[in-house]
Ligand binder design. Sequence first.
Ligand code: DGL
Length: 274
Amino acid sequence: MTIGIFDSGVGGLSVWREIDRLMPAWDVLYVADQAHVPYGPRPLAQVRRFSEGVARFLIDQGSAVVVVACNTASAAALQHLRHTFPHTPFVGMEPAVKPAVENTHTGRVGVIATQATFQGELFAALLERFAAGVTVLTQVCPGLVEAVEAGALDTPETERLLRSCLSPLIEGGIDQLVLGCTHYPFLQPLIARIVGPGVEIIDPAPAVARQTGRVLEQMGLRPIQGTGCRTFYTTGSTPAFAAMVERLVGGSGSVKNLAWDNANCELGIAKNAP
Ligand code: DGL
């Protein structure tokens, strides 16, 4: 019995880190679908297919719960995954509009996320439910996910990208900034420097970790004492991903390679790992 987590790449490690902190005794499997990163600019139907393939792999490997540590995949596929795998609970991500709306004093909140996240029904539903009377300014940041994947967390180019995507929000008078993509928390120091102390930055990862804990508790599941085994899989380069795990979350664990069987959109453990 393990906790399965996935993302298009390294972004979901910002959720992994919180789950690891909260539930260190659980075995955790993490899949980074780096063969297809970024998910954000892709059609929702394609992201849904990839997400189903990854979820099936995690369930086959014994995941008691699957955490979709990717706002884009949650927007594109969460409903579909719950329908396709009715015996497995899924914990998804959504931009934290609710706390931002509760905390704002200016009545203006900003959300940064991928194009696909803003297109999904989930985001429209969130605005309808929680954002009455508040102005929500949204912004897509092309290139930012790729920058995090490349480890460019504080380079002049990443700063330029971020300034251009954040300036309309800052000029729009926001006092809350929702990180609607799991890659962005790794840029938080740089983001904080750009938006300044008057803007509160909201990362939903701790809340998602707590929700995962509640789901396991409701299922009456407990970790096997003292295991806490961490396994990471990538559909991209294993050494490059291992280096990013080490750098971003200081994670120790085994890193393995997965390969897509494109015809069936199924994942398998790769024989000749790059
Ligand atoms: N980390 C992702 C998210 O939360 C995916 C970004 C991408 O692959 O474009 O949206």
